[in-house]
Design a protein. Structure first.
Length: 282
């Protein structure tokens, strides 16, 4: 990067964008944009030429694919760094390696890296029982999302696995954020969002459980029982199964009139039982 230039920033948590200050540096040609997005998803990792070719041409690459890829890489480098030439100098970001390429970025240059770093910091706060700090970190991480990841490249079919993985990370962090909101006694603020998530992702039992807890915090115990009935119908109709033991136990606690926050669902401080272990399916 030339002295005085503003740093490039790459965004994959929404439409794919590359910017330098207020100027867009995203390649407009579809193959070049897809190439750069692929490398951004694997920033600072070696990506073999064979994989790039398979991805760009859906495993039906023409004989000219390698030569075309070299041309795409050169074009992308010039978009990222106007005025750059290959005469004796390596590119500051997109570097050639034997049989592949690597996009070298600092952590602050990629929204996905920042998202995951903030999520980890939130988890550290959870482990320390600091719900307030965890909520701040989770909220900051979720704020980096601008919509469906790589939304403008979804139709290429290249990124189905990556998009699915990223969306799962997003939902898991939402789940964790609602846990800390419940821990902070702010469940009433999450009711509307949780209702929408229960409709959109009926198989995520944890969202149903969180909605029931949030309704209890909002002093809407009857609505919490209604939410369980909806969860029961949703699980039955979508998968032909009944709610799992956690959700059934929550229903019984609320039905009995007991306080769900005093029945092994939280400790005096911290999340303590509100939060599922990551090894447990949603």
């Amino acid at each position: 990067m030339a002295t005085g230039d503003e740093p490039l920033h790459f965004r994959v948590l929404g439409t794919f964008e590359v910017t330098r200050g207020n100027r867009r540096c995203t390649p407009t040609a579809s193959k070049q944009r897809a190439l750069l997005a692929l490398l951004a998803l694997h920033a600072n990792e070696f990506v073999p030429t064979s994989r790039i070719v398979d991805e760009l041409w859906s495993r039906s690459a023409p004989r000219s694919a390698i030569a075309a890829l070299h041309g795409y890489v050169t074009a992308v480098r010039r978009v990222l760094t106007p005025g750059w030439t290959s005469a004796g100098t390596s590119h500051p970001f997109l570097n050639t390696r034997p049989s592949g390429y690597i996009l070298s970025l600092e952590p602050h240059q990629l929204d996905l890296t920042r998202f995951r770093r903030l999520a980890r910091q939130g988890q550290v706060a959870v482990a320390a029982g600091d719900c307030v700090r965890a909520e701040e970190m989770f909220a900051s991480a979720l704020g980096l999302w601008r919509g469906s990841p790589l939304a403008d490249l979804r139709e290429t079919g290249m990124f189905e696995h990556d998009i699915s993985r990223l969306e799962k990370e997003y939902l898991e962090l939402l789940r964790d954020r609602f846990d800390v909101m419940l821990c902070n006694g702010d469940g009433h603020l999450a009711v509307c969002d949780l209702e929408e998530l229960c409709r959109s992702y009926p198989m995520w039992e944890r969202f149903h459980e969180q909605l029931m807890l949030a309704l209890c915090q909002a002093e809407r115990r009857a609505d919490a029982l209604t939410a369980y009935a909806r969860a029961y119908r949703a699980l039955s109709s979508h998968a032909g199964i009944e709610p799992g033991p956690r959700l059934r136990a929550m229903h019984q606690v609320i039905l009995s009139g007991d306080d769900p926050f005093d029945r092994g669902h939280r400790h005096d401080r911290g999340l303590a039982g509100l939060r599922l272990a990551h090894t447990v399916s949603p």
